[in-house]
Design a protein around this ligand. Structure first.
Ligand code: FAD
Length: 421
């Protein structure tokens, strides 16, 4: 088969953290490339929106493993402010609705749970994280709630083997002007076609043909960074089909996390404080009080509860949060809250969820999803990361890795075709 010249050496599909990282790595390589993005903005699940003058992170907000997270340096170099205040996610400010004694009992149960996770041996197989719970413990509901915040899914849907592979330095910082804003600033100036949804990657021929909502183009290599649900449902299809990819993507679903930001007329609340709405319920919110000293409360909802509230429509997150907070502070507190912003990541057609977890029995799906095909179709994105999945820095690292592999393969082919150069 004779090869016809393609439009680009490399096309990157998706301009989230992974796609932008890939683009940034491709830029100095001398290869021609273009990033195709379905949305009318870059950043994907990283998005900062200014509401009432406050930069609100609708997606990623925390620089997890911040002391070794590449975005920390990138954001600082771009002039963003890094806030190094440590989070207090597992504490109950003012001990309200959760006595100090109960908090200590929960901390002990939680330490024992994570010690069992660390100790789970690979020979024990790949089982659901519910099996790490102590039968009958009062704190199992709150541990399930924490899994819903961290994994976007309750423990029953989470593979222990996969979860165990996650590497965490336990240093968590924030970007004052917004993590999403920093990631978007990083991507500024890259060649990106917005509003361009790829529907088909046809790799039957010598060049790869891409069908998109803005027409057809060709490339020698592609880097696919779209979230797993779009691959699993063949919203982006491959011809010939890649059944190992659709199967791997189907067992790496995106769990759900949604955020509700409220204004609060109660400046006596501790700055940077935290509350669980109900420490005895799996279906509860996690509330950050007055982040950055702002007169706001950020509610965080995960798993089944987030699905139910999102499905109930606009206002449901606020109704739920107002009722949980009124339960803690008394009914008069409800009048001091007003909704400012809420997310709906499950119904976002270009993500269909928040971040990936592996279903029990499928911890090796990340490697299957990440494996290149035919030396010219590469995969990146948080779900492809073995040790930093579900995060913006995991996405970044997979994007750089895929770009480096694509560059090495293209340059090697060029040298073969033109040994004198
Ligand atoms: C509520 C919430 C809170 C979070 N909190 C944190 C946190 O504190 N810290 C952290 O590190 N991470 C957090 N995350 C996760 C983090 O945001 C993601 O892991 C990361 O942004 C994923 O980047 P990505 O490039 O892999 O995917 P995405 O950002 O999803 O990028 C993929 C891109 O592909 C585009 N696309 C999809 N289909 C097509 C198509 N057919 N054609 C063209 N383009 C397409 C999408 O529009 C998108 O822009 C959070 C996420 C959410 C939702």
């Amino acid at each position: 088969m004779t090869k016809t010249p393609s439009d680009f050496d490399v096309v990157v599909i998706g301009a989230g953290a992974a796609g932008l990282a890939a683009g940034k790595r491709l830029a100095p390589s001398g290869l021609s490339f273009l990033i195709l993005e379905a949305r009318e903005r870059i950043g994907g699940r990283a998005q900062t929106r200014i509401v009432n003058g406050y930069p609100l992170d609708l997606g990623c907000g925390w620089l997890h493993s911040a002391d070794r997270n590449p975005w920390t340096r990138i954001a600082a170099d771009l002039g963003f402010t890094i806030d190094k205040t440590a989070p207090v996610w597992t504490r109950q400010s003012l001990d309200i609705g959760f006595s100090r004694q109960d908090q200590a009992a929960f901390a002990a149960a939680s330490d024992a749970f994570y010690a069992r996770l660390d100790a789970a041996s690979p020979e024990a197989g790949d089982f659901p994280a519910t099996l790490l719970l102590e039968p009958g413990s009062r704190w199992n509901a709150l541990l399930d709630a924490e899994s819903a915040f961290m994994n976007g899914a309750e423990l029953a849907s989470v593979s222990v083997k996969d979860w165990k592979r996650y590497e965490d330095s336990h240093v968590n910082w924030r970007v004052v002007e917004g993590y999403g804003a920093a990631i978007a600033a990083f991507g500024a100036g890259l060649p990106i076609r917005l509003g361009c949804a790829v529907t088909l990657v046809d790799h039957a021929g010598a060049v790869i043909a891409l069908e998109t909502s803005l027409g057809r183009l060709t490339a020698d290599a592609v880097i696919v960074t779209v979230p797993p649900p779009l691959i699993a449902t063949e919203a982006i299809a491959f011809a010939p089909r890649l059944p190992e990819k659709t199967r791997a993507a189907a067992v790496l679903p995106l769990g759900l996390a949604d955020k509700l930001v409220m204004t609060v007329d109660a400046l006596d609340l501790p700055v940077g404080g935290h509350l669980f709405g109900n420490p005895d319920a799996a279906a509860t919110g996690s509330y950050q009080l007055r982040p950055f000293g702002r007169p706001l409360i950020e509610g965080f909802f995960g798993g089944r509860l987030a699905h139910e509230l999102e499905a109930a429509g606009p206002g449901a997150f606020f109704d739920f949060a107002r009722s949980e907070l009124a339960q803690l502070f008394g009914s008069g507190f409800a009048a001091r809250l007003a909704p400012l912003s809420e997310t709906a990541w499950a119904s976002d057609p270009w993500s269909r969820g928040a971040y990936s977890h592996a279903l029990p029995g499928h911890s090796d799906a990340r490697a299957t999803l990440a494996a290149p095909v035919d030396g010219r179709i590469y995969f990146a994105g948080e779900a492809c990361s073995k040790h930093s999945f579900s995060t913006a820095h995991g996405a970044y690292l997979t994007g750089v890795e895929a770009a480096e592999a694509a560059i090495a393969a293209r340059l090697a082919k060029r040298r073969l075709a033109n040994p004198a150069s």
